[in-house]
Design a protein around this ligand. Sequence first.
Ligand code: NI
Length: 400
Amino acid sequence: MNPGLSGFEGVRAEVRDLAGEMVRLRRDFHRHPEPGFEEVGTAAKVAEWLEGCGGYQIRTGVAKTGVVADLIGRDPSGPLVALRADMDALRIQEQNEGIDYASENPGVMHACGHDAHTAILLGVARVLADNRDALKGGVRLIFQPAEEGPGGAEPMIREGVLRDPKPVAIFGLHVWSLLPVGDLALGEGPIMAYTDELQIRIRGKGGHGAMPQETIDPIVAASHLIVELQSVVSRSVDPLDSAVLSIGKIRGGSIMNAIADEVILEGTQRSFLPETQALLKRRLDDLGRGLDKTFGTQTEVTVIERYPATVNDPEMTRLASSVAEELLGPGHVQTGLRLMGGEDMSFYLREVPGCFFFIGAGNAAKGISSPHHNPGFNLDEDSFVLGAELLLRLVERFVL
Ligand code: NI
């Protein structure tokens, strides 16, 4: 790390010159959104742009639709730093009117800003390629599929994106419409949660609704269980820690005058610490067994682990924070970020020290304030230059 260096000559001006190109790319991705592992057109455009930048060793088809590009500077044995963007869209029907780049793919929409992440990283790619001779190490750009699910990071890592050589650091950003453009939020340690899916199957014994004594009613049992679940976070989890247990779906029964055979509950559980994740699982099993004892049901609890907690390295976070403050000015960097959402950036951060941060992309004056995953989601494209410059300034701490 060379924090004393002043940075790429003229980078600022170059990034600003690329603002229009980044907006054009983002709108193109926005107009042609593709869901997880189907980012074929997006990946082709990414590869084409990188090809046009020159100097990149490009691998396509990584974890189906991912693209990885290495730019090696004048010293191939120097450190390698990785930057990651996600490319996938959501299965949401866009409801933005009055923009000429609205989704042309029915039922699919960039409603989380991954179009912006890809465009920003392509802007960064161009500046890096133009300054390749100044690099003493290398930069690896990771464009991954399927962040929204089922997850592209893990298969990309299995296919070697963190090897040969292993990056010394990794950074990624998320645009955030609930944060004003010009601000940034980050945090040390776990900033996003373990996201586990719950499936609870309660088997009873169906029968006539007027003769409950002959049945085992799983709907009554499920009702008790849902109430009991509320005690897990409030009574078992340390109040200074955080967790969520939410049941989002109940399925059971088919007719009003019959008692159902079984009920299936589905939900999500969130936690920041591995011990809390284990505690939640244990309590769910306990409650399931208790339910069976009380009601004579047979309850099966399945917890499917999706993404681990996103844990930022303290040193990398302090570095990102100081770089951001330099760029955005005092008062524009919020520390202590924590969200119960999940992110598969977490998989890279388990292997390589790094930082994932949120850059403001909301703008109340322009009417841009819809939450993410909303059919009316949009973002302030003025955030692109800031995002690109932040990533470049982070890179230069390692490889200039
Ligand atoms: Ni997202």
